[in-house]
Write a protein that binds this ligand. Structure first.
Ligand code: IMP
Ligand code: MG
Length: 172
């Protein structure tokens, strides 16, 4: 039987998202910014983050597949929905829910770089360190956790538990 333990509360999330928004605003205000979110997990974080940015940005999304229904990456990443916005000479900020092995973001950075943007940086809600296989530069990080499988605030386990407003660790 699986149980869930509260890891990050709504209040902690709201405070941290506001801090991230302030830092991104310092770095990007006045630039030609496109936020590229990684579906589906990012949809809640991205919705909160853009509302913490008091300057105009464009948004687009990609959908990448690697995990299937389980909790372990298959190791292979492929695009099932690509960006539709022109990225050439623009400042791209990738927005991701959680970085685990790093394979997904490593793949996406290279893919988006092939569109010749002016810059590509990464903002992730959670940096989960223990299983990292590829060193990806994470420019803005919400929370760091060592390990565990997390759900809520967009994160799912086999499509369950995505819509809770806080983050839980699954315990079995
Ligand atoms: P990786 O960094 O290539 O291993 O893959 C990261 C992706 O795996 C994330 O975008 C999530 O979709 C998924 N993922 C990794 N860890 C978790 C977790 O703890 N909960 C929910 N999804 C996760
Ligand atoms: Mg994801």
């Amino acid at each position: 039987m699986t149980r869930k333990r509260l890891l990050i509360s709504k209040e902690e999330i709201a405070r941290r998202v506001a801090e991230l928004g302030a830092r991104i605003t310092q770095d990007y205000a006045g630039r030609d910014v496109v936020l590229v979110g990684v579906l589906k997990g990012v949809f809640i974080f991205m919705a909160d983050l853009v509302r913490a940015l008091p300057f105009p940005v464009e948004v687009d999304f990609v959908r990448l597949a690697s995990y299937g229904q389980g909790t372990e990456s298959s190791g292979e990443v492929h695009i099932t929905k690509d960006v539709e916005t022109p990225l050439k000479d623009r400042d791209v900020l990738i927005v991701e829910d959680i970085v685990d092995a790093g394979l997904t973001l490593d793949f996406l950075r290279r893919h988006l770089a092939s569109h010749h943007p002016r810059s590509v940086k990464i903002c992730c809600f959670i940096d989960k360190r223990e299983r990292r296989q590829v060193a990806v530069p994470l420019d803005y990080v919400g929370f760091v956790v060592e390990k565990g499988f997390l759900v809520g605030y967009g994160l799912d386990c086999g499509e369950h538990d995505r819509t809770w407003p806080e983050v839980f660790a699954i315990e079995d």
